[in-house]
Structure formats: structure tokens, C-alpha cells
Design a protein around this ligand. Structure first.
Ligand SMILES: *Cc1c(COP(=O)(O)O)cnc(C)c1O
Length: 395
């Protein structure tokens, strides 16, 4: 079956629920067992496999897990209460005191904070590596390297990683490859076909698609699942059934929304290339981009989250405020992946440690991150044009 069909049907079983199209929203803590034997047998059920207790999932959560898993691949998918929890729980599952972790320098900031905070306190050492390193990751591998993280492209600086090359080296060294696959969504990057063992999603973004909930998911290969399953069971992390219901509405249309995001994102990116205030556009789906060849080789489509660099003369905070404070359609806020457009300035030099930003092939200037939503692209371009005019006038 194609992805559009899976997104529409996976996880639904109407005739188990009186013919109702969508799975019911089950609000549950206690699950009752009809017999003593049933109660005793339930102790043998691996959490997440059947109803035993609200924390461990219900038909509502299992349905969304099935739908995400059908698109992303892998053996099992488990829901988390946020995208960040979907990133931190695998780290807790696969790492312990004395272990070493490799993280790309472009990693999502709060994950970096977790490594430098909690993981360090637990005695796990993190080495940050150049996301463009490819097979060169070999030089950072140690006998105690237990996990190698990838995020491609990074959600601020958009470096595309050679995941198969990195995964080969990681596996040769016995490490688990964990990916933050949020940018592409399960639709546009199939992690398990490229050597990834564990894939994390911020369901918050494109899967939910409506900026009205936070949730995460972790999908694992069969080999990687037992260790993750234990961490899930021990952590008590679980999403609210009402949020699962909303996320389920999102995933049913992801295949209809993403091509629109992809096309509008490219139109806006191409238009930005023609603006005099813009020094460079960082968008892996554009031919000039450094990551384009890898994107073309490995990805099935593009998200509409990308970056652009303003020329150095447009660096004043007052001029930037003149632009940003009066945007009509582009909201200023964190997160992305909803139906609406967003625009923020980002400052990667403040957090990178393994690589210099801007990289030698990236222009120096204020980096902006844009999420192109589902508005009419002509209206978005007009809003951006007016904003860049204000920036120029105030500079
Ligand atoms: C948003 C995001 C997360 C975290 O998701 P939350 O639900 O906001 O916690 C993780 N990784 C990436 C790449 C993200 O963009």
C-alpha cells in the first residue's frame, strides 16, 4: 500500500467499535479484569501490547502508534508526551554510566541541554561532531560509544547528514543509531531503510499539523525494541487520550498537507533568492544547496522548514524589529509544522561547539528560520516582501 492509503486507513478498525470510523477516545486509568486468572495473566503482558493499565496504553494510543508505524516503518512505535520526551527516553534506554554518545553539532537545542545536563550527571559523556562528517565519524568512535545520534537536516542550520555512512560505522562499533526524524516526517524519510535503529518524531509538528498539542513518538527496529520497551514501561511517560485523538485527525491528512507545504516552501525559497536583502537560502531541496545530493538520494520529499541568511548590513536589532513586529501572516514563535506560517531569527553560533558557524560555505549575517504554512503563497510572498522592505528602510 502507498503512504496515502496507509495514512488514511492504518490503525482503524471500525467494526471493532460498532462501525464508528475513528477509534474511540478511551479515558482510562483502571482496566478491569473479568476473572482472577485474567488479572494474574495480565502480569505477563508486555506493557504496550494490550490493555493492562492506562499508563501503558489503550486502543486509542495503539491506533495512532499503528498509523505512525505504518508510515515510518520499523517494528513498533510508542507515543510520548512530547517530542522532547521522544528524544530523551531513547537516550535513557540505551545509555548508562561510563558510556559515550556522539551527537551532531546541529542537534535540536533542548536535546543538547539534556546531554550536557542530565546525561552528564549520570556519567554519560557526549562528544559533538560535525554533522557533515559522514564516514569520518569513525575517528570519534570509542570502545564505549553506545549510541550515535543523527538529525537530518538540523532544524536551525539545515545540514543534511550522510546517514547510511554514519550508520555503517556506528554499527561496526556496536552502537545504536538514533535519529530525530521530525524535519522530514515519516512521509519523506524512511529511517529504517537507511540504517537507523530508533527514530524519534515530534508529533507536535507535521503529524498533528495544527499547532494545538505536544506529543512525540519513538519507532524501533525489532532488535532495538526490547530495551526501549523497558524504558517506556519504567518511565511512566504517556500522552493524554484527547491529544492522541487530535493527533489522529492530523495524521489522516498528512499526505494531503505535506506536498502543499513542500511546493509552497520551494516557491517562497526561490522568491527569497531573488531578494537583494538575502545573502543565501539554506534549503536542501534546492539544487544549489550543499545538502542537495544527499537529500535527493535519501529523501522522498521536503518539509517547508528552511533557513535564509540576511546580508550583514541588515544586522541591527531595530531594523529586524521593524520587519518582524509588523508581519501580518508570519507568526513569531517556536515550534513549526502547523497549518500556519512562522518566521524567527535564530542564532546557532551561541550553542555550537564542534564546528564554526557560519560554516565556510554559508554567508555571514542574521540567520532566519521560516516555516511556510498552507496560506496562499502569493499572500505569504507579499507579507515577506513588505517585511524585507521595512528591514531595508530601517537599516
Ligand atoms: C520541536 C522539535 C522537537 C521537540 O518537540 P516538542 O514536542 O516541542 O517537545 C524535537 N526535535 C525537533 C527537530 C523539533 O523541531
Amino acid at each position: 500500500m502507498k503512504d496515502a492509503t496507509k495514512a488514511t486507513h492504518a490503525g482503524r478498525a471500525p467494526h471493532d467499535f460498532g462501525g464508528v470510523v475513528n477509534p474511540p477516545v478511551m479515558h482510562a486509568s483502571t482496566i478491569l479484569f473479568p476473572t482472577l486468572e485474567g488479572l494474574r495473566e495480565s502480569r505477563k503482558i508486555r506493557s504496550g501490547d494490550a490493555h493492562t493499565y492506562g499508563v501503558h496504553g489503550t486502543e486509542t494510543t495503539f491506533a495512532l502508534e499503528t498509523a505512525i508505524g505504518a508510515l515510518e516503518g520499523g517494528y513498533r512505535t510508542r507515543l510520548q508526551c512530547s517530542g522532547l520526551a521522544a528524544c530523551t527516553l531513547p537516550l535513557l534506554a540505551y545509555l548508562g554510566t561510563g558510556d559515550h554518545l556522539l551527537m551532531p553539532d546541529s542537534v535540536y537545542g533542548p536535546v543538547r541541554a539534556f546531554c550536557n545536563g542530565m546525561l552528564r550527571r549520570m556519567g554519560v559523556e557526549t562528544t559533538y561532531y560535525d554533522p557533515l562528517i559522514g564516514a569520518g565519524i569513525r575517528e570519534h568512535m570509542r570502545p564505549n560509544t553506545k549510541a550515535v545520534w543523527v538529525e537530518s537536516p538540523g532544524s536551525w542550520t539545515f545540514e543534511v547528514q550522510d546517514i547510511p555512512a554514519i550508520a555503517d560505522v556506528a554499527h561496526a562499533g556496536g552502537a545504536t543509531v538514533i535519529m530525530d526524524n521530525t524535519w522530514a516526517s515519516p512521509l519523506y524519510f524512511k529511517p529504517f531503510e537507511h540504517g537507523v535503529d530508533v527514530s524519534c518524531q515530534a508529533v507536535t509538528k507535521y503529524i498533528s499539523g495544527h499547532s494545538d498539542l505536544v506529543m512525540g513518538s519513538v519507532s524501533c527496529t525489532e532488535d532495538a525494541y526490547p530495551a526501549f520497551q523497558k524504558a517506556q514501561e519504567q518511565s511512566g511517560i504517556c500522552p493524554s487520550p484527547d491529544d492522541v485523538f487530535l493527533a489522529m485527525r492530523g495524521i489522516r491528512t498528512i499526505h494531503a498537507r505535506l506536498p502543499h507545504h513542500w511546493a509552497s516552501g520551494l516557491r517562497v525559497a526561490e522568491w527569497l533568492m531573488g531578494r537583494d536583502e538575502v545573502a543565501q537560502v539554506l534549503h536542501p531541496a534546492m539544487e544549489h544547496d550543499r545538502g542537495h545530493a544527499l537529500w535527493k538520494r535519501d529523501f522522498l520529499g521536503s518539509s517547508s522548514l528552511f533557513g535564509f541568511v540576511l546580508k550583514p548590513q541588515y544586522r541591527s536589532e531595530a531594523a529586524l524589529a521593524a520587519m518582524m513586529d509588523k508581519m501580518r501572516l508570519h507568526g513569531m514563535g517556536f515550534s513549526w509544522g502547523g497549518f500556519e506560517s512562522l518566521l524567527i531569527p535564530v542564532d546557532p553560533p551561541n550553542i555550537r561547539t564542534a564546528t564554526k558557524w557560519p560554516r565556510e560555505d554559508v554567508a555571514d549575517g542574521q540567520l532566519m528560520r521560516i516555516h511556510v504554512g498552507l496560506e496562499a503563497v502569493e499572500d505569504l510572498i507579499e507579507d515577506l516582501g513588505d517585511g524585507l522592505d521595512r528591514l531595508r528602510a530601517a537599516s
